[in-house]
Write a protein that binds this ligand. Structure first.
Ligand SMILES: CC(C)(COP(=O)(O)OP(=O)(O)OC[C@H]1O[C@@H](n2cnc3c(N)ncnc32)[C@H](O)[C@@H]1OP(=O)(O)O)[C@@H](O)C(=O)NCCC(=O)NCCS
Length: 376
């Protein structure tokens, strides 16, 4: 039987930090509210594109696995913030790392995109279609954030990480997963203004408004992740006591606490990054995994549970058995170029551009052809 082991990992976190105090310079919010409701203290804003972040993370993951781009058969780019609609973003990474023989695809299931991408690569390795894959979780949310909306602007950040997955005859990598989508509540999280539904309307690219029902998402996220975690543990014949580490999606500290306590897993077994990075959508799980490895929290043979949810509302939980190696084989010198502006200066520049065209776009968006759910 062929398995798909994770043999390389690397994160690419933008250096510019946006604090709660920065947000309260232009929003009616404050540090106390944000920390008590979400656990978040700061997040990152990228000064380079999503593909450029993905290239840095990919080079670091490849070096960690002792591989080069030419060794890779498949690249899966998990993200809901592609730099362009066409061509796909994975091909941009492919060209930069010299993966001449690879197949390349983008997967968008919003915040679960990395884990759905990991399932895709694992399935293709286990069925013998490919042998070595690069799986990326990347998100650049700052350019399309609705910065004037305090309900969403405080919650998200930019970031990226990648892993290398290789065929193995040992029982390691993804042992099982539970995937699903609560499509009836897809209206609870929608970014208006991006996508073909808005083409030919009086809408300017990049001018967005977010539909966001935080409490509904919260409720479904907790229920969905608890159910998916129970299902995958049952499928794999393990119990909560067998779990060594939980690397969950990091949308809100209260959501994570609710999920692990209902799953019967002690809080000290949970890897957290939400305080420092906020919700980086597809990037949260691979960044947290990479940092758990850097901190020595992943041991040879560790059993790791990864529950997540995202717009759609997609839900999933993966069980991963780590292999023998928990240290990198090599290190890449790929890095971010210096940032010329602070995070707050970058955000204010985006806000300034949006303010010029926002009113015109809000009118145009009303005419978009969308599949609506939850319409009373
Ligand atoms: C968004 C979320 C943090 C809000 O927390 P909450 O405890 O549910 O807060 P509420 O929605 O009840 O809002 C309470 C009040 O705070 C206000 N508020 C919202 N955002 C605020 C902010 N940034 N600063 C200050 N006040 C804020 C609201 O307007 C509301 O005021 P009101 O009572 O006068 O109407 C929480 O619901 C959540 O995390 N949901 C899941 C979201 C998510 O994960 N999305 C990503 C999907 S991957």
């Amino acid at each position: 039987m062929t398995y798909a082991a994770i043999t390389g990992w690397g994160a690419a976190m933008p250096p510019s930090v946006l604090t709660n105090a920065d947000l309260s310079t232009f929003l009616d919010t404050n540090d106390e509210w944000i920390i008590s409701r979400t656990g978040m203290k700061e997040r990152r804003v990228s000064h380079i594109s999503g593909i450029e972040m993905a290239i840095i993370a990919s080079k670091r993951a490849l070096a960690c696995a002792g591989l080069e781009g030419k060794d890779i058969d498949l690249i899966v780019y998990g993200s809901c913030s592609s730099d362009e609609q066409v061509p796909n973003s994975s091909s941009g990474v492919q060209a930069a790392i010299g993966a001449k023989h690879a197949a390349s695809m983008d997967v968008n299931t919003a915040c679960t995109s990395f884990l759905y991408s990991l399932s895709t690569a694992t399935a293709m390795i286990r069925t013998g279609v490919v042998k070595k894959a690069l799986v990326i979780g990347v998100e650049i949310i700052s350019p399309f954030m609705d910065w004037e909306n305090r309900n969403v602007a405080v919650l998200f950040g930019d970031g990226c990480a990648a892993v290398v997955v290789e065929a193995s005859d040992k029982q390691e990598g993804v042992l099982g997963e539970q995937l699903g989508c609560l499509a009836d509540v897809r209206h609870t999280l929608r970014v208006r203004g991006m996508g073909t539904a808005y083409c030919n309307l009086d809408v300017t690219a990049g001018i967005t408004s977010w539909d966001f029902d935080g409490q509904e998402i919260f409720r479904h996220a907790v229920q969905g992740m608890v159910a998916a975690s129970a299902a995958v543990m049952k499928k794999c014949g393990v119990t909560a006591e067998d779990i060594d580490l939980v690397v969950p999606h990091q949308a809100n500290l209260r959501i994570i606490d609710a999920v692990v306590s209902r799953a019967g897993i002690p809080a000290e077994k949970v890897m957290l990054t939400v305080q420092r990075y906020g919700n980086m959508s597809a990037a949260t799980v691979p960044v947290a995994l990479t940092e758990a490895l850097d901190e020595g929290r992943v041991k040879p043979g560790s059993l790791i549970l990864m529950p997540a949810f995202g717009a759609g509302l997609t839900v999933c939980a993966h069980l991963v058995r780590w292999g023998d190696r928990v240290t990198p084989l090599g290190v890449s010198d790929a890095d971010f170029p210096p940032a010329k502006k602070t995070a707050l200066e970058q955000v204010n520049a985006i806000r300034g551009k949006k303010a010029e065209t926002a009113v015109r776009s809000a009118e145009g968006m009303k005419h978009a052809r969308l599949v609506e759910t939850g319409v009373k």
